[in-house]
Design a protein. Structure first.
Ligand SMILES: [Zn+2]
Length: 154
């Protein structure tokens, strides 16, 4: 037996990936993060399937910003509850929410395609936005927003 087992903190099955260590489309739909995440190893449990119980009260399971593509130092800061990092994450989520609303609005009211909406965005919105995106990324993203809207309406 391993003596270090005595010192293991009490942990629980990861509520984000349900212990699979990987966040798939089912998890993404369950947590309503369709336009915000893609399937990837779970950042909430660091792809271990288990999390310390105290994490649940510190970081929301659907915290959009906490994804595996962040540098490890940033992931640590989120999990420690670092205010500045969490604020930055909130800004990022607001930015993405705005982008989604913008794309949905122009799709639904004017039936524009992804490229036209991207052009409008770059012309009128990009300058005041807190984060920069390339036209290519934008078109791809808006296409995703439109697809999801279409499937929700059908
Ligand atoms: Zn997990």
């Amino acid at each position: 037996m391993n003596i270090f087992n005595f010192f293991r903190r009490s942990d629980t099955k990861c509520p984000r990936c349900l212990g699979k260590r990987f966040v798939d489309w089912d998890d993404i739909r369950r947590l309503n993060r369709q336009l915000k995440w893609v399937p990837a190893p779970c950042a909430y449990c660091d792809a271990t399937g288990r999390v310390p119980k105290e994490l649940l009260s510190k970081v929301a399971v659907d915290c959009m910003y906490l994804t595996i593509d962040l540098p490890e130092s940033v992931i640590e800061k989120i999990k420690e509850g670092d205010l500045e990092t969490i604020e930055k994450g909130k800004q990022r989520e607001l930015f993405v929410d705005h982008l989604i609303q913008y794309a949905e609005h122009h799709y639904l009211t004017q039936n524009l395609d992804a490229e036209s909406i991207a052009n409008l965005y770059l012309e009128f919105e990009a300058e005041k936005a807190p984060f920069a995106v390339t036209k290519e990324e934008l078109i791809k993203y808006i296409q995703g927003v439109i697809e999801l809207k279409k499937s929700a309406l059908s």
